[in-house]
Design a protein around this ligand. Structure first.
Ligand code: ZN
Length: 237
């Protein structure tokens, strides 16, 4: 197989680089950072929701206030009319109208006390959401800083390995390299594996354990490489 040594050298360095990157990705802080972010967003959503609830409560109160003022005015007018009239029927009619307004007001009063409970709850949820958000932002920033520090420490190593890889890359046939990238993007490390003697010196197995078919094995013997029919790794001899 063409430039096999270069390929294996590339793979060796690439695996080393993968380990460093994995260390960063799998570090506890990465996970904690994600968690803090999620919790912060949840708290933010609570604040937004309760703000909306508060808006609707405030507009309800304003409407109620306007209605009460209107009732007050109307009651005053009716009472005045009642004072002026001597007609018993008209007085009765006016009293009935005042009574109706009173009923409406007491209905409103009942609704207002209900809303007051809801308002208290909304305010409480808003406060606790804000507090949680603040706390989570602090946690998030703290972890982010630590993670950045950790990445910074690893940076020289990452750069060094990347440079080495870039230097070797031109020696690898483009088609082989493409397969390598496809396999490693699925985290199939190593992607290039030596054919393993199945024990009888006649048959070969892949890294994944599967024994090569007759057809694949002839390809391996012909070209010096083949693809595993199971895991798609490149097998060399
Ligand atoms: Zn395989």
């Amino acid at each position: 197989m063409e430039n096999l040594e270069k390929l294996l050298e590339y793979q060796k360095i690439d695996i080393e680089l993968r380990k460093v990157l994995d260390e960063i990705e799998r570090s506890d802080d990465s996970k904690k950072l994600e968690q803090a972010k999620t919790e912060f967003n949840n708290a933010k959503a609570t604040v937004t929701e309760t703000e909306k609830a508060a808006e609707s409560i405030i507009s309800f109160y304003n409407n109620a206030l306007a209605f009460m003022e209107e009732c007050d005015k109307r009651t005053g007018e009716l009472a005045e009319k009642m004072d002026k009239t001597e007609d018993i029927d008209e007085q009765r009619e006016l009293a009935a109208q005042i009574e109706k307004i009173r009923d409406k007001l007491s209905e409103l009063e009942r609704k207002l006390s209900e809303r007051s409970d809801r308002a208290d709850k909304a305010i409480e949820a808003y406060r606790s959401g804000q507090e949680r958000g603040k706390k989570m932002r602090a946690v998030y920033n703290n972890i982010k800083e630590r993670l950045a520090q950790f990445k910074k420490e690893k940076e020289p190593k990452i750069n060094e390995l990347t440079k080495k890889l870039d230097a070797i890359k031109p020696s690898i046939p483009a088609d082989v390299f493409e397969i390598y990238k496809a396999l490693t993007s699925e985290r199939k490390y190593p992607a290039f594996v030596p054919a393993i003697d199945a024990g009888d010196k006649k048959h070969f197995r892949c890294f994944c354990g599967i024994e090569l078919s007759q057809k694949t094995q002839s390809e391996l013997l012909d070209k010096g490489r083949c693809r595993c029919e199971n895991c798609r790794r490149i097998i060399y001899k």
